[in-house]
Ligand binder design. Structure first.
Ligand SMILES: NC(=O)c1ccc[n+]([C@@H]2O[C@H](COP(=O)([O-])OP(=O)(O)OC[C@H]3O[C@@H](n4cnc5c(N)ncnc54)[C@H](OP(=O)(O)O)[C@@H]3O)[C@@H](O)[C@H]2O)c1
Length: 353
C-alpha cells in the first residue's frame, strides 16, 4: 500500500499485522486525487471530523467500522437498542443513541447534523431456523421499513450521504463468468428485501444526494461467528460449502469489508459497487484450503440435499456459482483487499488469536 495518509493512523493489527500489513485511514495528506461528492466527502478526505450515524455498530462489520472512524477522530453516533449495547458502544468510543428503525421521529433526532449515515444493521436468523421463512421477518423489516425510515430521516435532516452494504448473493448463477453490478439480479423471497433497501438508497440519490450501495461477499475472519462455526465443523471433516465443486463463492475478509466502507464513504460517487476479494475460489478449492487450515488431508462437502433439508428451498440460492468482480470499486476508490483470496485468509485463520 503506497497511499499516503497522515495525522490519524489506525492500524488493523491482529492477524493482519502478522502478514505485515499496516493500513491507516482518514485525514488524507496526498491531495492530488480528484474529489467528487460534495462537502461531506471533501470534509472526510481533507481532515475535518465528520459526524456520522451508524446502525448495526455492535455487529461484526459495525464494530470494526466504528473503531476505524472513532480512532481517526470522527464523531460516531450509533443506534443502541438496549442498555447492554449502550455500554458496549460507549466503550468503543461511539455515542449511543436510543432509537428504533421503526420509529421515524427517533431517527430524525439521531441523524440531526450528520454528514453521513451507515446502515449496517441486519438480523440473519441462526442456521437452525433459516429454513423457516418467518425467521427472516426481522431482517426483512430492517432492510425495507428500516431503510425507508432512515432515508426519510436523512432527506428531512439534509444528511448528504448514506451507505448500505448489500449482498452479492442477489446475483444469478453465472457459472465461470464474472459478475458485477451490471449483471441483473435474480432475487429470491429471502434476498428481495436487500434489493428493496437498495431501491431506497437510489431514492435518496435521485433526491440529489450520495447514496452508496456496496454489495459484499460473505464475511469471514477471526471475529465472525460464522467463521468460527465453519472451522468447528471442518475439524470434524466437513466443509460447509454447498453446490457444485466448480461453482465459485465470493468472500471478503471482514477487515477488508470495513475498509471498503471507509474508502467508499471517502471516495465513491453515488452508485452500486461490489466488494469481494480479488480471486473468488471454486468450492472444491475452498474445501481443500480449509482442510489445510484445520490440519486434515481432505474435507467432505455435504450434498445439496442436506442444505435443502436443513434450510429449505428458499435457501438454495446458496449453491449458486458467483464469481464476482471488485474491479469497479477498486478503480473508483483505490481500495484493494489486504486478503486477496481465501488461500491467504484461511491460512490466517489457522494462527491462534
Ligand atoms: N455477514 C455477511 O456475510 C454479510 C455479507 C454481505 C453483506 N452483509 C451486510 O453487512 C451488514 C452487517 O452485517 P454483519 O454480519 O456485521 O451483521 P451482524 O454481525 O449480525 O450484526 C447485526 C447488527 O444489526 C443490529 N440489529 C439487529 N437487529 C436490529 C434491529 N431490529 N434494529 C437495529 N439494529 C439491529 C445488531 O444489534 P444488536 O447488537 O442490538 O443485536 C448488530 O449491531 C448487513 O447489512 C449485512 O446484510 C453481511
Amino acid at each position: 500500500m503506497n497511499r499516503s495518509f497522515g495525522v490519524a493512523r489506525v492500524s488493523l493489527s491482529h492477524h493482519i499485522g502478522r502478514v505485515n500489513y499496516h493500513r491507516s485511514i482518514g485525514r488524507q495528506e496526498d491531495r492530488s486525487g480528484e474529489v467528487a461528492g460534495g462537502p461531506a466527502l471533501i470534509a472526510f478526505c481533507y481532515g475535518m471530523a465528520m459526524n456520522m450515524f451508524i446502525t448495526g455498530a455492535t455487529g461484526v462489520l459495525g464494530r470494526t467500522v466504528t473503531r476505524l472512524f472513532v480512532e481517526s477522530g470522527h464523531k460516531v453516533r450509533a443506534l443502541a437498542r438496549n442498555s447492554e449495547n449502550e455500554s458496549r458502544l460507549r466503550d468503543s468510543g461511539a455515542v449511543p443513541v436510543r432509537a428504533s428503525l421503526s420509529d421515524l421521529p427517533s431517527l430524525l433526532s439521531a441523524v440531526k447534523d450528520c454528514d453521513a449515515i451507515l446502515h449496517l444493521a441486519t438480523r440473519i436468523p441462526p442456521s437452525s431456523k433459516a429454513g423457516h421463512r418467518a425467521a427472516w421477518r426481522d431482517n426483512d423489516h430492517i432492510r425495507t421499513v428500516g431503510t425507508r425510515n432512515l432515508v426519510d430521516a436523512a432527506l428531512e435532516a439534509g444528511v448528504p450521504t448514506l451507505l448500505y452494504p448489500g449482498i452479492v448473493l442477489i446475483y444469478p448463477d453465472g457459472g465461470d463468468n464474472w459478475l458485477d453490478a451490471t449483471t441483473p439480479p435474480q432475487p429470491t423471497s429471502i434476498l428481495q428485501s436487500s434489493l428493496d433497501a437498495e431501491a431506497e438508497v437510489q431514492r435518496f440519490t435521485k433526491a440529489g444526494n450520495r447514496g452508496i450501495v456496496l454489495r459484499m461477499g460473505s464475511f469471514y475472519g477471526p471475529a465472525s461467528s460464522g467463521t468460527k462455526q465453519m472451522l468447528h465443523i471442518a475439524r470434524y471433516g466437513i466443509a460447509m460449502f454447498f453446490g457444485q465443486a466448480r461453482a465459485y463463492q465470493s468472500l471478503i475478509w471482514v477487515d477488508d469489508a470495513a475498509l471498503a466502507v471507509v474508502d467508499g464513504l471517502a471516495k465513491a460517487e453515488a452508485g452500486i459497487y461490489d466488494v469481494v476479494d480479488d480471486e473468488p475460489l471454486q468450492r472444491r478449492e475452498l474445501a481443500a484450503t480449509l482442510a489445510q487450515t484445520v490440519g486434515r488431508r481432505l474435507l467432505l462437502r455435504p450434498p445439496v440435499l442436506l442444505l435443502r433439508l436443513l434450510a429449505g428451498k428458499d435457501a438454495m440460492f446458496l449453491t449458486r456459482s458467483q464469481r464476482v468482480s471488485n474491479r469497479k470499486f477498486q478503480s473508483a476508490t483505490g481500495w484493494s483487499p489486504m486478503v486477496p483470496s481465501a488461500r491467504l485468509g484461511f491460512r490466517l485463520l489457522s494462527i491462534p488469536p
